[in-house]
Write a protein that binds this ligand. Structure first.
Ligand code: DAH
Length: 337
């Protein structure tokens, strides 16, 4: 039996020592319930009482040395595995990271913020009004009664006969004047809607910026001065402005305002279509009817108003020829700004 035990030990240790040893298999083969060592222990009943403890002790020693060898080999294998893994997954923490793509502000939002900053710099504050508006504010209070032809050019989306999506930011003028005593100096940027088919120059949703100044003794000179400063800040110091007589129901007198072409300086080019001037906004002196509608005495106060299209200005500035590009979210377009 002694020989069997030492044979078992040397055989097991040799197998454990092999480089490709399957430790679990070896454990089962020698130490398992049906293993070689267990078989020896089972046969101990046949031994004499003197031999039994000696063989028993030896068997324990053999078991221990096999177990220890397996444990050590297992550790060694694990360490080797880890080392191989570390080698394979070499990581250079000093390597520059691949940059995650970061977006930026939409050109329209940027233009809006720029416009806001220019007017804030001139002492204006920002007013807001609802996009879902009453007919009264969008039309009637602005001197556009039912059946007025101006309603045709500003056809919009109706929620009821009386409630609509605002077709212009001008209703904010009325809302501000109803709640605030002069002096008033506000701008109001925001979305407006018109029932227009989408094409290169029309969109059923676009953005405007409204301006309103009311105080004692405000004249057309103040309007002109304000817009001249604005045009220089927005389009460059050499920019000139030009007023052309026009008609808006809520201003009298009214004008369309052009800026000298900032590409050719007025000589005529592709951007200004040979005109030398680019139309950027509508403006005028607030109509006395509108003032009295809002509880402001036209004998005591006067003021000016203007309204510009944010898309129009942004398109002119960058030479963008299709308004739809603003809304399509095509990165190839957006990343250029
Ligand atoms: N609301 C006008 C439009 O959408 C633009 C406009 C013209 C606004 C003259 C004004 C103004 O405040 O005085 O066509």
């Amino acid at each position: 039996m002694k020989e069997t035990l030492s044979r078992i030990r040397s055989e097991a240790l040799e197998q454990i020592g092999a480089p490709d040893a399957n430790l679990e298999e070896i454990r089962i083969k020698y130490l398992g319930k049906k293993g070689a060592l267990t078989a020896v222990l089972r046969g101990m009943g046949a031994l004499s009482p003197e031999e039994r403890p000696l063989i028993g002790q030896l068997a324990n020693e053999v078991r221990e040395s096999i177990e220890t060898a397996i444990a050590e080999k297992s550790k060694e294998l694990q360490a080797k595995k880890l080392e191989a893994k570390l080698k394979a997954e070499k990581l250079d923490v000093t390597m520059p990271a691949t940059a995650a793509p970061v977006g930026h502000i939409h050109p329209l939002t940027r233009a809006q913020r720029e416009l806001e900053n220019i007017f804030i710099g001139m002492g204006f504050s920002i007013a807001e009004g609802p996009e879902v508006e009453l007919d009264y504010y969008n039309f009637q209070a602005l001197n556009i009664p039912e059946n007025h032809p101006a309603r045709d050019t500003q056809d919009t989306f109706y929620i009821t006969d009386n409630i609509l999506l605002r077709s212009q930011t001008s209703p904010v003028q009325v809302r501000v004047m109803e709640h605030q005593k002069p002096p008033i100096r506000i701008i109001s940027p925001g979305r407006v809607y018109r029932s227009d088919a989408l094409d290169a120059t029309h969109s059923p949703l676009f953005h405007q910026l409204e301006g309103l100044v009311i105080d004692k003794g405000i004249t057309m000179g103040d309007l002109k001065g304000t817009l001249a400063v604005f045009a220089k800040k927005m389009f460059g110091e050499d920019t000139q402005i030009r007023f052309r007589p026009h008609h808006f129901p809520f201003t009298e007198p009214s004008a369309e305002v052009d800026v000298s072409c900032f590409v050719c300086g007025g000589k005529g080019c592709r951007l200004c279509k040979g005109e030398g001037w680019i139309e950027i906004l509508g403006a005028g002196m607030v109509h006395p009817f509108v003032l009295s509608n809002c509880g402001i005495d036209p004998e005591e106060y006067s003021g000016f108003a203007f309204g510009l299209g944010i898309e129009r200005i942004t398109m002119a500035r960058y030479g963008i020829d299709d308004i739809r590009l603003f809304y399509e979210n095509d990165e190839r377009f957006l990343e250029q700004f």
